[in-house]
Unconditional design. Structure first.
Length: 451
């Protein structure tokens, strides 16, 4: 794909062929990709499809939504914040090949990149550390002290043993310290508390999006006093910032912890290729309207709230910034050729089964094969029940149903009908290659959700 033109548009990519196009593009370059989707549902679907079609071990991450509305008094769940920290840390280390985001996440202001740089700490066996130094790192990184560690963002101290669950690891970590150095680092099972294996080094990365050491809290309180008019002693967050900030709306005041804030765009490499899916800009503008509406409707009697320009980026500025980075625009329908932009319309066709009645599916698929000269069919059946339904529906025919593990395996199979347990939303046809992909939504009307 040539990126020299100022405006590059890819059309006629129906259903999950968008994921196929993105996966095949990435296999031809070492440059990372940022894929901006109109909503969280499409982001998750495209991530699943890229992972399936991509025939490498490249890392695909979906930047999770906070799952709160602007100016909500409640805070995001700890596992969401931990996952965000993990991804931001990976972005800084250039360990993400595909970053998939819901467009609205471009408007939320994030802690500055140097917060993650300064607070993140790599530790390794033999390194000089006292328990007090470890505790100070964990406190500044937003970890909560508990009796027994089960969830990300927690830590516990028992004698010379420090258990902690860093967002950088799938399992919690057990540090054994002796004479002011680290004797061993072990991953352990949070349920049984038993050792899984020993490792030589790991990272402690922020478990929250604001620091919790006394210096940072004092900085926050001074900013809150200077930023708002009124009696700070009447503001719940000001009084509970040390002990219970999450239950007093702290995530609607994050800028008061820092001198500047960042965008997700500040964490990606400058060479990253940006792909815009469908009408993502309308989603941005709609979310900005929601922000302003909630600011006007949810003024708090208990404490003042920050202006939208302080908590969120302006949608027009974000769009201008993205357009300066020569993005690729992708949509299902054909683009009209113009002299001002490069347009490439691909050869995929929409899949028109015209029914989601499983009792009629067999004939519809057979008619599709005959009418469109299709030689090979892939059907997304993520559950055992759905696989059985398809296999049983073909029992009365002479057609054998096979299973395939991945896209490369499917392409290498002989002609026929194959099932995959991977989630593919909507299907498409590539008539020139005699291929049909039938998505889960095409057959069953909805898509399986990964837990």
């Amino acid at each position: 794909m040539d990126t020299k033109n100022s405006s590059i548009k890819f059309g006629q990519l129906y259903g999950s062929s968008i994921g196929l196009a993105l996966a095949e593009d990435k296999m031809q370059t070492d440059v990372s990709s940022l894929v901006i989707c109109p909503n969280s549902e499409s982001a998750q679907v495209i991530a699943e499809e890229i992972s399936y079609f991509n025939q490498t071990d490249q890392i695909v991450e979906v930047f999770p939504d906070l799952e709160i509305l602007p100016y909500d008094f409640s805070s995001p769940r700890r596992n969401i914040i931990s996952k965000r920290s993990e991804i931001l840390h990976k972005l800084i280390k250039k360990e993400v090949n595909f970053l998939i985001v819901n467009a609205s996440n471009l408007l939320w202001k994030l802690p500055p990149r140097d917060f993650f740089d300064s607070v993140s700490q790599q530790i390794e066996v033999g390194q000089s550390f006292s328990i007090n130094e470890i505790k100070e790192i964990l406190k500044r990184s937003g970890f909560d002290r508990v009796a027994v560690v089960h969830d990300p963002g927690q830590y516990a101290v028992r004698g010379s043993i420090v258990d902690l669950y860093s967002p950088s690891e799938i399992h919690p970590i057990r540090l054994d310290l002796g004479d002011d150095h680290i004797d061993s680092i072990r991953l352990f099972d949070s349920a049984s508390q038993l050792t899984i294996n020993h490792i030589s080094k790991t990272w402690i990365i922020p478990a929250s999006q604001f620091p919790r050491d006394s210096k940072a809290i004092d900085f926050f309180k001074a900013n809150m006093r200077n930023h708002f008019e009124g009696n700070q002693m009447e503001w719940p967050l000001y009084n509970y910032i040390y002990d219970d900030p999450e239950n007093h709306g702290v995530y609607s005041y994050l800028p008061l912890f820092y001198s500047t804030m960042s965008s997700i765009l500040n964490f990606i490499d400058p060479s990253t290729r940006i792909f815009l899916i469908d009408d993502f800009s309308s989603s941005l503008l709609d979310f900005e309207k929601l922000i302003n509406q909630r600011f006007n409707d949810y003024q708090l009697d208990s404490q003042p709230i920050m202006h939208p320009n302080e908590l969120f980026f302006n949608a027009k500025s974000v769009l201008d910034d993205i357009n300066q980075k020569t993005p690729f625009t992708i949509q299902s329908e054909k683009f009209t050729q113009t002299n001002k932009q490069q347009v490439i319309n691909f050869g995929t066709q929409p899949l028109l089964l015209e029914t989601s009645d499983i009792s009629l599916i067999t004939n519809k698929i057979l008619q599709l094969i005959e009418k469109e000269s299709i030689s090979k069919v892939l059907i997304s059946t993520p559950t055992k029940k759905k696989q059985s339904l398809i296999k049983n529906s073909f029992k009365s025919t002479s057609v054998a149903i096979g299973m395939t593990e991945n896209w490369a395996d499917f392409l290498n199979q002989k002609d026929g009908i194959y099932l995959t347990e991977k989630i593919l939303g909507k299907g498409f046809l590539i008539k020139s290659q005699g291929l049909a992909v039938i998505g889960e939504i095409d057959l069953f009307g909805k898509q399986t959700k990964r837990i």
